[in-house]
Structures are given as structure tokens and as C-alpha cells.
Design a protein around this ligand. Structure first.
Ligand SMILES: *Cc1c(COP(=O)(O)O)cnc(C)c1O
Length: 491
């Protein structure tokens, strides 16, 4: 505890200089994006002023120099996740979503089609992948995933003759390492379990975007690592706006199926009379990075890795610090009561998750607030009030359609009916027929401190507890705490 508070004190001191934009602001939306430091912007500015950066597709001195710089950052980005360049390649993309699309685009190139399976807790960008698949399935729980993995494929007479793996239609299993809704962490053992299962030609796509924002990711054992890992760097460093796809080289052959080719990814192209082309031969990233790279952003990533390490002492330290903050916030929110003894917050925690345990829970808390009579307060009302105190939080549907629906007990029928009645995600007054259709999420980052939590709690006390939760927004009927408890994530 002493150690935790000492580190917290260190961050508080550093914040004045490094994050001057946070003065007077309580920023609790790091799962949306984290914030960049002054040192990072200064270092980037110095880099930009000290050299000419050419287009790596040229061969001038500046171009060659730029290529070398980019290559260096590639290696350092892989090292950040302890991924050996011998076994992994990194493809820079605009964001995690673009990286997901690259993988799905490759699978969509299989003539036989492919099956897509995804976990219910997936981000919208992962859910969207199903539209490219010939068959898709959503796993409603971790147990369903494990049952599927443990299932033995029946050995038919036909399959005895199909000895080559490629004869089975490929299948892709996608899941988030951490839910962007409530921060619950999912097992990182699944990629190797699937690889060792009886499922042939099955690959794993790990969406690590939420996880790596406050946690290390260890890809040091390539035999147990996901085939494809995607993330966004701005969620770790606040800058640059850049994402990546990390590919296990043993699975890189999947990208041979990708149809499209863009500038810079080919050795040669003809257009007439024959339409012929050959993709770049040296490396996977050369074949995959369409058009000019985000040169300046990649250079900035190099600065970000350096500065972040210097300020915070690495992702391990950030993980411990933010885990401590989330646990502290959770314990206070959980205990917050009205005078009549009823709870102020209904927190949506994963069943198997424990705040403070890095394996099962990240630094986010998803919840809804209640009036003192047990009826729900609309998340948009909470947002409106938070704005008056310069508190920055995320409210609404949080880009996690499956997790939200399950947690709030909404079926497709209810959601489609609400849509037909004119309701849209992110709309005000999102308590419908006594059921909330949105949530309030707070999330912590490397530069969050205990003071941010105190500010949020003080806000809840002033706006809700002290007034008995009366006079804030419209009333939804129902939502007694016993009903609310049954909404806890069935993990
Ligand atoms: C933020 C996030 C994404 C999307 O990232 P973009 O940068 O918007 O592409 C995907 N999955 C998870 C789990 C996220 O937290």
C-alpha cells in the first residue's frame, strides 16, 4: 500500500509538468484514448526539425534514412510486446480496426469461404468481421468457447483421406483480450488451446486494443501466441494515431489469399494486354502496407516508447498502478449508499473478475446509477452533470453491442423494437420501459491518480447521494437492486 501511494505521489508530481492540459480537469476515459505527455510532443518536435524524412518508396538518401528509422521502430514496437522479429512481423495500420479488416480481408479471399467465431464481449469492429464470413457464430460465454475448443471433430471416412490441413475450410476465432465495456480480461491461453485442439486450420485473432492500454502483453513464446494480434498505439501513449497488426510468421501464409494490392506492395505489375502482378518478396509487412506508410506517426511511435518508459517505468508499473486505482474506486463505488441504505451504483463486473487482479480485470468500471428508490438514472443525465464539473467519462453504448445487451438483459427483439420506435444508440433518455440502454464507464490510464477518483466520488455525492438521487433526470420504473444483480455478466 505504502509503495502504491508513493508511486501515486510520483505521478501526481509529474502531471503538473507533463500533462498541463489536465489542470482543472478530471479525465476518466483512458479506454477511449489515453493522453500524450509534453515530453513526447517535445521529443517528436525535435525529431521533425532535425532531419528530412523522405518517402521510403524512393531511393534518395533521405528516403533510405527514413526506411532505416522505420525499421528501427518496427523492431522496438515488437520488443515492447516481447515478440521476436524472427517469429513475428508487424504491419502498421491506421488503428486496430484497420488491422482487424486486413485479417478478415485475407480470410475472405479463400475460395472455399471461411467460418468466423467471435466472443460476445467483442468490440463492434470485431463483430463486423462476421459479414465477410460464409458462416459465423457468436459465443455467449467463456464456457461456450472452451466447450467448442474441447470438442473432438468426428473422424469420418472422408477425413481419413484428407491428410493435408488446407483441405479443411479455414476458421477464425476472434476475441478481445480485455472487454472495452467493463475491463474484464479474457484468458490468454485460448490461442494455444485452439492450436492444440482437434480443430484443423483454425486461427486466432486477438484484439489487444483495450488490454495493452494499461498492461504488458507477452508474445515471447511464439508457439502459444495468437496468430494475429491487433492494437492501437494511441490507447497506450495518447499519440501517435497509429495501430498495428502483429502476425505470427508461421501463420503468415493466410495473407496469400488477400486479393487487393496497393502501391508499394508489388515487385511488378502489368495492365495490358495481360493483367499480371507479383507481390513484394522480402517481407510480409512490405506486401501488406498499402500506399505510403504513416511515416511521421511511426517516427513518433519511437519517441512515445522511449518517453513512456522514462516517465512511468514500463507497462508493468502502469499495470500495477492502474489496477490499484481501479480496485480502490470499485471498493468505494460498491459501498456508496443513500440514506435509506440503497446502493447508488450498479456495477457491471465480470463474474470471474476481481478488481486488483491483473489476470482477470483491467482498469475500467462500467456501471449505472440509481435513484434512492431503486429506479435507474439515464447515463446521458450522468454525462450532462459530469460535464458541468469538467469530468470526462464515457456513457451510452460503449461500442460493445454483445456485452451491453447481455449485461442489461436486452434481447435482439427489445433492441430492434427500440430502434423501430426511433431510439438510437447514444441518444438522451436511454432508460426505456424501466431498463437502461446505456452505461457509464470510467477508466484509468498511466497518468491517473487517486485525486481523479476522489473528484468523481465527490461528484456522485454532491449530485446524487446528497439529493437522494431526486430531481436528476426522468424516472425509469423497476430496476430494483435484486433485478439489477441478475444483470451481472455471466462470464
Ligand atoms: C478501442 C478498441 C478498439 C477499436 O480501436 P480503434 O483504434 O478505434 O480502431 C477495438 N477493440 C477494443 C477492445 C478497443 O478497446
Amino acid at each position: 500500500m505504502q509503495e502504491r501511494l508513493a508511486y501515486n505521489e510520483k505521478i501526481s508530481l509529474l502531471r503538473d509538468d507533463e500533462y498541463p492540459m489536465l489542470k482543472g480537469i478530471t479525465y476518466l476515459d483512458h479506454a477511449g484514448t489515453s493522453l500524450y505527455s509534453k515530453s513526447l510532443i517535445d521529443a517528436f518536435s525535435r525529431e521533425m526539425m532535425s532531419q528530412v524524412l523522405g518517402n521510403p518508396h524512393s531511393t534518395s538518401t533521405s528516403a533510405l534514412n527514413t526506411s532505416q528509422r522505420i525499421q528501427d521502430v518496427r523492431i522496438r514496437a515488437l520488443k515492447l510486446f516481447r515478440a521476436d522479429p524472427e517469429h513475428f512481423d508487424i504491419i502498421f495500420t491506421a488503428n486496430a480496426t484497420a488491422a482487424i479488416k486486413l485479417v478478415l480481408e485475407a480470410f475472405a479471399g479463400y475460395k472455399s469461404g471461411f467460418s468466423y467465431r467471435y466472443h460476445r464481449d467483442s468490440h463492434t469492429s470485431l463483430v463486423g468481421g462476421r459479414e465477410l464470413a460464409s458462416r459465423s457464430q457468436c459465443f455467449a460465454s467463456d464456457t461456450e468457447v472452451e466447450m467448442w475448443m474441447n470438442r473432438r471433430r468426428r473422424c469420418s471416412l472422408l477425413s481419413l483421406f484428407k491428410t493435408k490441413k488446407s483441405h479443411t475450410n479455414p476458421s477464425l476465432f476472434a476475441y478481445p483480450a480485455q472487454s472495452n465495456m467493463n475491463g474484464r480480461r479474457l484468458p490468454l491461453t485460448w490461442p494455444s488451446k485452439l492450436r492444440n485442439s482437434s480443430h484443423q486450420n483454425a486461427y486466432t485473432l486477438l484484439d489487444a486494443a483495450a488490454l495493452v492500454s494499461t498492461s504488458p502483453l507477452d508474445l515471447s513464446d511464439h508457439t502459444t501466441s495468437p496468430d494475429f494480434t491487433v492494437l492501437s498505439f494511441y490507447k497506450i501513449f495518447g499519440f501517435p494515431d497509429l495501430g498495428c497488426l502483429i502476425v505470427r510468421k508461421a501463420s503468415a501464409h493466410v495473407f496469400e489469399q488477400r486479393k487487393y494490392f496497393g502501391g508499394g506492395t508489388t515487385e511488378m505489375v502489368t495492365v495490358s494486354p495481360e493483367q499480371w502482378f507479383v507481390r513484394k518478396e522480402n517481407s510480409l509487412h512490405e506486401r501488406m502496407e498499402d500506399g505510403t506508410l504513416a511515416i511521421r506517426s511511426i517516427i513518433a511511435l519511437g519517441c512515445a516508447i522511449d518517453v513512456h518508459e522514462r516517465l512511468f517505468g514500463g507497462l508493468d508499473k502502469i499495470s500495477t498502478h492502474t489496477g490499484f486505482l481501479a480496485k480502490y474506486a470499485y471498493s468505494i463505488l460498491e459501498g456508496l449508499r443513500y440514506e435509506n441504505g440503497r446502493p447508488v451504483c450498479q456495477i457491471y463486473k465480470g463474474e470471474r473478475s476481481t478488481y486488483g487482479d491483473q489476470i482477470t480485470q483491467g482498469a475500467s468500471i462500467a456501471m449505472n446509477l440509481l435513484h434512492s428508490d431503486g429506479s435507474w438514472i439515464s447515463s446521458s443525465t450522468v454525462q450532462k452533470l459530469a460535464k458541468t464539473k469538467d469530468i470526462h467519462i464515457r456513457t451510452g453504448s460503449l461500442c460493445n453491442p454483445g456485452g451491453m445487451a447481455q449485461t442489461l438483459g436486452l434481447g435482439s427483439v427489445e433492441i430492434k423494437r427500440a430502434f423501430a420506435e426511433g431510439f438510437r444508440c447514444g441518444q438522451e433518455a436511454d432508460v426505456r420501459a424501466g431498463v437502461p440502454m446505456g452505461m457509464v464507464r470510467i477508466s484509468f490510464g498511466a497518468m491517473s491518480t487517486v485525486d481523479d477518483i476522489e473528484m468523481f466520488i465527490q461528484f456522485l455525492r454532491e449530485e446524487f447521494v446528497d439529493s437522494g438521487g431526486e430531481g436528476v433526470g426522468e424516472k425509469g420504473v423497476g430496476g430494483s437492486s435484486s433485478q439489477a444483480e441478475s444483470c451481472d455478466l455471466k462470464a
